[in-house]
Ligand binder design. Structure first.
Ligand code: FAQ
Length: 309
């Protein structure tokens, strides 16, 4: 069968909502599109541990410390499922990590902002995990089987993460005036970068065309962003915090909020490496990877020994 006929058959399977599995025939572009998106997703989960990891030893109570520790550990697990799912496409984790270290693979822009106060742990859980879930719920229906199944498990854990963050924000917003101010400040700093997590406007999103055609993405960037805003505004109102957007206004006709302009210059600058913490995050990842080499070596030697028993 020729390549063109194979592409037609492939598209028919996609249109019929069939899941594509690792051994199935797939166009090379579909495979590379998935490797790019899934590996960047995996890198985001792992790099995303850094801003919160920074606060584990400074959590204000043993309860808060246990919860944060479990949450950060979950993110490592998400990275693991996603790297494993990406490896089913015929690329090794070593290659994926090398691309990250060489600056050829991205990770979510949001993790290039610093976590300055304990309230930032609330803002990250509430807003960053909240945005991540909004996106990932739709990715549960993605066309690639291993990615879709990873998303089902990840979403369950992310919803716990979102609630732990909201709980921190709610208790600080109802605390002393200084605590409330700290919560508001965290919301002010994380609001816009959280909206940027959904990617550029659809009109400026080169990957969306193929992603929607192949049902890798199931919703447009702008649709998901709006969904997130609509559900988050009422959560802010409920705990007495103010969304830092003077143009935010309920639109009765659209049953949705209108919101202000996103600073896309800031977004692209952060994506291209110019954010406040890009260098720090990548250097830390490189160091941790190098320091952990002996663990990988020992685990591989142990697995080899077990296999020969
Ligand atoms: N940051 O054409 P599009 C989490 C890049 S998980 C950096 O719209 P696409 C859990 C994009 O890659 C968060 N780069 O691209 C957690 C592309 O460049 P490329 C991660 C971005 O793929 C919580 C270019 O711009 N989630 O947070 C960003 O169709 C708390 C043009 O963009 C996922 O990765 C960005 N925000 O749509 C962990 C979900 N946006 O690759 C710890 C899966 C765009 O051509 C603590 N990914 N770019 O060089 C997706 O859904 C999509 O890839 C989008 C981007 C929506 C992110």
């Amino acid at each position: 069968m020729g390549a063109e006929e194979l592409d037609v058959l492939f598209q028919e399977r996609i249109d019929a909502n069939d899941k594509i599995e690792p051994r199935d025939s797939m166009p090379e572009e579909y495979r590379s599109h998935l490797i790019r998106q899934m590996s960047q997703h995996a890198h985001s989960e792992v790099i995303g541990m850094q801003p919160e990891g920074n606060w584990i030893t400074r959590a204000p109570s043993l309860r808060a410390k246990k919860i944060l520790l479990a949450k950060v550990q979950d993110e490592a697990g998400h990275g693991l499922y996603l790297y494993s799912a990406t490896e089913t496409l015929g690329i090794s984790r070593e290659e994926l990590i090398a691309k990250l270290h060489q600056g050829k693979a991205k990770y979510a822009s949001i993790f290039n902002y610093p976590a300055l106060t304990w309230a930032d742990m609330g803002a990250i859980g509430w807003l960053v995990d909240g945005a991540a879930i909004t996106n990932q719920v739709s990715l549960q229906r993605t066309s690639y089987g291993p990615y879709s199944r990873a998303m089902v498990k990840i979403c369950k854990e992310e919803s716990f993460h979102q609630r732990q963050g909201y709980e921190i924000m709610a208790s600080m917003a109802n605390g002393t005036p200084a605590q409330k101010e700290m919560a508001q400040d965290a919301l002010n700093r994380f609001w816009w970068p959280s909206l940027m997590m959904f990617g550029p406007h659809d009109s400026d999103s080169p990957r969306t065309g193929n992603a929607m055609k192949w049902k890798i993405k199931r919703e447009y960037n702008d649709v998901l962003r709006k969904k997130f805003i609509d559900k988050t505004v009422s959560q802010a109102n409920l705990i007495g915090l103010t969304i830092p957007d003077k143009d935010l206004k309920w639109n009765e006709a659209e049953n949705s909020y209108d919101f202000g302009a996103i600073d896309w210059d800031e977004f692209w600058s952060v994506v291209k490496g110019g954010g406040p913490c890009n260098v720090k995050r990548l250097n830390h990842h490189k160091k941790a990877h190098k320091d952990g080499a002996w663990v990988r070596k020992a685990a591989a030697a142990y697995a080899k020994k077990q296999a020969t028993k």
